[in-house]
Ligand binder design. Structure first.
Ligand SMILES: Cc1cc2nc3c(=O)[nH]c(=O)nc-3n(C[C@H](O)[C@H](O)[C@H](O)COP(=O)(O)OP(=O)(O)OC[C@H]3O[C@@H](n4cnc5c(N)ncnc54)[C@H](O)[C@@H]3O)c2cc1C
Length: 427
């Protein structure tokens, strides 16, 4: 039996952020983690000289909690080009739709894409405007929340631009029926409007690795909690740890198992990782298929164009992601290979499949009405944290971890400390 002031179960981004905030305030914190490294859903493996993240994911450096807790410069982020490449049926080449503020040299190509009719741009501004202004608050977005499909229809956002947006959001939100909350979708769009995502040197795991390295007391790896009650945790290897506060910062399925927290519906994804001798394009962009008839891939890109260290010398790394429906069958490798051949207009039959990642619960669904800042206390002395408690993103996970810590510090201060705003303070 041993004792600590706060015990954090799970060293994903929520658990790490919680521990960092508490340590900064001088609290004695122990973090236990079932896996063999910190990071949770943000992990990277080295396979045959390639860096493979566990499912395609990116880091948006605009995330306020990332900027606050991580040294973003040290992550050596390599940015995507701020735009999309499109496989359409109109031209043999990929079409380009780029952000004119960031990629002015691509304005002529963007105009040639034929996606930017003035009426569509006006409708997009009507739909997204409230999320893009500098003076904003999440509360302004959550009033009468409905699904993104309903609100876009209402704004008159139709036609080719809508199709591009829908296809792009399918890869971001991991659903293609338009069922996600409008407020949440606008929040994601705001993040993308304000920041350009990238990939850290060494892979996505560089972020949790860096956070973990800042902790005074290292994360205890390979230590799985199997029984949790307020103030007490038993681990798989029969350790008993007592604590004034236990923070269950696991994924929602484990949290349901351990403390009976409700599991929000999740969204799944499959990422295929291919190696090729020749890159099918030199673009550093996400590539979408915007044809009416299309295969299962929601987005693809040549990762090594963006981050050369993801592939060994002379090789290229390509990711192709497809939705993984909860009750449907996972996509077949051949279908993906056929679809990427069509998207890039090359023969991908010779590409080597390095790995496929099937991730049934990648992120919690965010239906309308959007509720961030969920209650975290299960019982006094026992709280939960994680993206599913706040919102589905790296930022959401970190906000929830920070809020868990702030709640404890608030209690220690006898309620004197001011609680912070939820969700996206400072975005
Ligand atoms: C494929 C994919 C792509 C994504 N893309 C993006 C993206 O581009 N941008 C973005 O912002 N977000 C993205 N996300 C979402 C983001 O990664 C998550 O929201 C975030 O990492 C969740 O962090 P967390 O700490 O809440 O949970 P987790 O990362 O799930 O961490 C929970 C931790 O608890 C540990 N644990 C579980 N049970 C136990 C136990 N019994 N005892 C001890 N430890 C335990 C787990 O091993 C894990 O380390 C993506 C997620 C996936 C899967």
């Amino acid at each position: 039996m041993r004792d600590t002031e706060v015990l954090v179960v799970g060293a994903g981004l929520a658990g790490l952020t919680c521990a960092l905030r508490l340590e900064a305030a001088g609290v004695d914190v122990t973090v236990i983690e079932a896996g063999d490294a910190p990071g949770g859903r943000v992990r990277t493996d080295r396979v045959d000289g390639f860096l493979l993240d566990r499912g395609f994911q990116v880091l948006n450096p605009i995330y306020p909690r990332v900027r606050h807790y991580a040294d973003v410069d040290e992550l050596g982020l390599r940015s995507f080009t701020a735009g999309l490449a499109l496989r359409s049926s109109r031209t043999p080449d990929l079409q380009i739709l780029a952000d004119p503020r960031r990629e002015p040299q691509l304005i002529p190509q963007t105009l040639r894409s034929g996606k930017l009719h003035p009426a569509s741009l006006a409708a997009l501004t009507r739909w997204a405007g409230s999320a893009l202004v500098s003076d904003w608050a999440i509360e302004n977005l959550t009033g009468d929340d409905d699904t993104r499909a309903e609100s876009m229809d209402r704004s008159g956002l139709i036609g080719p631009l809508r199709k591009v947006i829908d296809r792009y959001l399918a890869g971001v939100l991991l659903e293609d029926e338009g069922s996600t909350s409008t407020a949440f979708t606008r929040l994601m769009v705001r993040k993308l409007y304000r920041g350009v995502p990238g990939l850290p040197t060494g892979g996505m795991q560089a972020l949790p690795d860096q956070l973990a390295s800042k902790l005074v007391r290292p994360v205890e790896l390979n230590t799985r909690a199997v029984e949790i009650s307020p103030g007490r945790v038993r681990t798989e290897d029969e350790q008993e740890i007592t604590a004034d506060l236990v923070v269950v910062a696991t994924d929602p399925i484990a949290a349901a198992d351990l403390v009976g927290a409700p599991v929000p519906q999740g969204k799944g994804v499959t990422t295929h990782w291919f190696s090729a001798d020749e890159a099918p394009t030199d673009l550093k962009m996400i590539v979408l298929d915007v044809r009416d008839e299309h295969g299962p891939v929601v987005d693809t890109c040549v990762i090594s164009n963006v981050a050369p260290d993801y592939a060994p010398e002379g090789k290229h790394l390509i990711q192709a992601s497809s939705l993984l429906p909860t009750n449907g069958s996972p996509v077949a490798d051949d279908e993906v290979r056929k679809h990427v051949s069509e998207i890039y207009g090359v023969d991908a039959s010779g590409w080597q499949l390095l790995r496929r990642d099937d991730i049934p619960y990648a992120v919690p669904a965010q239906p309308a009405p959007f509720v961030a800042n969920r209650g975290m206390e299960i019982e006094p002395g026992l709280i939960v944290a994680g993206d599913w408690v706040d919102h589905a993103s790296i930022q959401g996970a970190m906000v929830s971890g920070e809020r868990a810590a702030e709640g404890w510090l608030h209690r220690l201060d006898g309620g004197q400390r001011e609680m912070q705003d939820p969700v996206d303070t400072g975005l």
